[in-house]
Design a binder for this molecule. Sequence first.
Ligand SMILES: Nc1ncnc2c1ncn2[C@@H]1O[C@H](COP(=O)(O)OP(=O)(O)OP(=O)(O)O)[C@@H](O)[C@H]1O
Ligand SMILES: Nc1nc(=O)c2ncn([C@H]3C[C@H](O)[C@@H](CO)O3)c2[nH]1
Length: 223
Amino acid sequence: MTVIVLSGPIGAGKSSLTSILSKYLGTQPFYESVDNNPVLPLFYKDPKKYAFLLQIFFLNTRFHSIKAALTDDNNVLDRSIYEDSLFFHMNADIGRATKEEVATYDELLDSMMKELEHMPKKHPDLLVHIDVSYETMIKRIQKRGREFEQLDYDPTLEDYYKRLLSYYEPWYENYDYSPKIKIDGDKLDFMASEKDRQEVLDTIIAKLKEMDKLPEDWTPSHN
Ligand SMILES: Nc1ncnc2c1ncn2[C@@H]1O[C@H](COP(=O)(O)OP(=O)(O)OP(=O)(O)O)[C@@H](O)[C@H]1O
Ligand SMILES: Nc1nc(=O)c2ncn([C@H]3C[C@H](O)[C@@H](CO)O3)c2[nH]1
């Protein structure tokens, strides 16, 4: 079968959809290190001090997941490595990383991506992007309730999140490592609505069939 990677801003629903999709496909989910990430709370407390360290932490953990996920043929990952660079460049643009840190990161990422060329697959088979507005993003961040991501923890996060959304739009348009589809995360409540969930799953399955990554007579797993 296939390697599918989710993308989208903070709180878009990537982990949630990764869980739903991997159960439906009967494949293995891979989640980003968040709750066991010791650098993330430090970053939100002092972004300028910890932006580079956080990026190295994510790059390292993401690289391990990708290597595991690309080795066998049957996985869903809850964020792409391509978005890490978006995050870091955005942070650098607002003065949270020096140009030396950016150059070092870019070179390291490039070397690590070259390592992936030796893997059975170099890139995912499909990118599933969840598109959300600022209002939806904030609602989901509040619902999930990680303290350091809340606007009352740091009011400057409003600008940070709006900027992040503005970087995602061109990023998705320019993404060309694999076929891609966009899910309307404002409209489709795949957590609460069975009908919306099925619509999202049907869209993904139809795309996989169109790409010959699933047989026409494929039926869902009931894991
Ligand atoms: N389509 C949806 N409709 C309603 N609620 C949703 C939807 N998707 C996710 N949620 C809720 O929003 C919150 C954030 O979702 P989730 O953790 O899956 O986002 P994420 O994109 O993985 O976030 P992050 O980038 O921070 O890892 C959770 O509380 C989840 O239950
Ligand atoms: N600075 C920075 N760089 C990244 O590559 C990156 N990837 C994820 N995150 C933050 C967003 C959510 O709070 C939380 C979960 O996605 O982690 C990142 N932050």
